[in-house]
Design a protein around this ligand. Structure first.
Ligand SMILES: Cc1cc2nc3c(=O)[nH]c(=O)nc-3n(C[C@H](O)[C@H](O)[C@H](O)COP(=O)(O)O)c2cc1C
Length: 325
């Protein structure tokens, strides 16, 4: 380790950027440790979703997204970043290690994306009818590719099949009290530190199956207002070739690069991941992309929407160890 000690004010900026990342049900399943100029990203085993994410894949995706934000923020402060991904056999919860050093050659693409971190929010409302430009579609594919993942746009027949899979998932979930109880714990009501507040659920769709995931479980959320959603949603599937823990972290890096690139282009996103929570349906989704690999996220992109952010926990909750500057 070098003698460089990151100044406390920079650590604050880096961690605020990291935790702005998306996470399933806004569980924020990460912890960070700062030693000198090294930042370690860990899973937080107290913030699991055993019913909906038994393997921890969604947690690792979230931690990867937080790691990508860390890198962008570090580059915007004039640091260069070196990234190593798990496995670290001696510390199974350690997912990524970032070395941060001043550099004369910042990565301009990461610096530009850092500006979008506060603007990125999951938006579950309908999109207006404007189609995404071909330029944006290509930029999003390249963003995924830059982090070692694939983003495959779905044509109309595949979109319809995904919606059928959403219906299959709903049928499986009807009697699954463990999933429903878990979601009720994390979703709904006013939320000041974590979880998904009722106001972030967006309206329900008048049509079914819909290209938006209805996360509502509470009676008032189940009865919320209905509206028409776009009839031709822009859906894409994010996949990686392999499905080891490090690949899932890489999927998170790619997810956040895609989402920040979309935000830069005035495009926002929500997710339709419920089929991916069942192995057989997940394989079916990957098959629809026409490529080999393992699907991690089904993303609905849209325009003309602005969403408010959801709450995050205070830094003291997730910083495991900090040295004085
Ligand atoms: C791995 C993963 C899976 C997610 N799955 C869904 C989903 O299926 N449906 C959904 O509406 N949001 C999903 N989300 C979005 C989270 O609910 C959202 O990131 C979180 O509530 C924080 O809100 P924000 O993205 O606006 O910061 C997912 C996020 C991640 C990282």
């Amino acid at each position: 380790m070098s003698d460089l000690q990151l100044p406390a004010k920079d650590v604050d900026i880096l961690l605020a950027a990291a935790v702005a990342a998306p996470s399933m049900h806004n569980t924020q399943p990460w912890r960070f440790a700062v030693h000198g100029d090294v930042i370690d990203v860990f899973l937080d085993g107290s913030r699991t979703l055993p019913a909906e994410d038994p393997s921890g894949r969604a947690m690792r995706i979230a931690a990867g997204a937080a790691t990508f934000n860390l890198r962008c923020a570090a580059e915007s402060l004039g640091y260069g970043t070196w990234l190593g991904l798990a496995p670290y056999p001696e510390e199974p919860d350690l997912l990524a290690r970032i070395v941060v050093k001043p550099t004369g050659q910042p990565d301009d693409s990461l610096r530009a994306l850092a500006e979008q971190i506060p603007n990125r929010h999951t938006d579950r409302r309908p999109s207006n009818a404007d189609p995404l430009s071909q330029r944006t579609r290509v930029a999003l594919v390249k963003a995924a590719y830059a982090e070692g993942a694939d983003l495959a746009w779905l044509d109309e027949p595949e979109v319809r099949t995904v919606l059928d899979l959403v219906r299959d998932t709903d049928l499986r979930e009807i009697h699954d009290w463990r999933r429903r109880a878990e979601r009720a714990r994390w979703v709904g009501g006013d939320r000041t530190a974590d979880g998904v507040p009722s106001e972030a659920l967006g309206p329900r769709s008048t049509s079914y199956p819909a290209a938006v995931r209805d996360l509502g479980t509470r009676p008032t959320d189940r009865m919320r207002q209905e509206t028409n959603f776009e009839s031709h949603p822009d859906l894409a599937v994010l996949s990686t070739e392999q499905d080891e823990p490090a690949d899932q972290v890489a999927a998170g890096l790619a997810l956040e690069r895609v989402l920040l690139t979309a935000t830069r282009d005035g495009v926002n996103a929500s997710f339709l991941n419920q089929p991916l929570e069942y192995d057989d349906l997940r394989r079916e989704v990957q098959r629809l992309t026409g490529q080999t690999g393992h699907a991690h996220m089904i993303i609905r992109f849209g325009r003309g929407r602005t969403a408010k952010g959801t709450a995050r926990r205070p830094v003291t909750d997730f910083l495991r160890m900090r040295e004085q500057s």
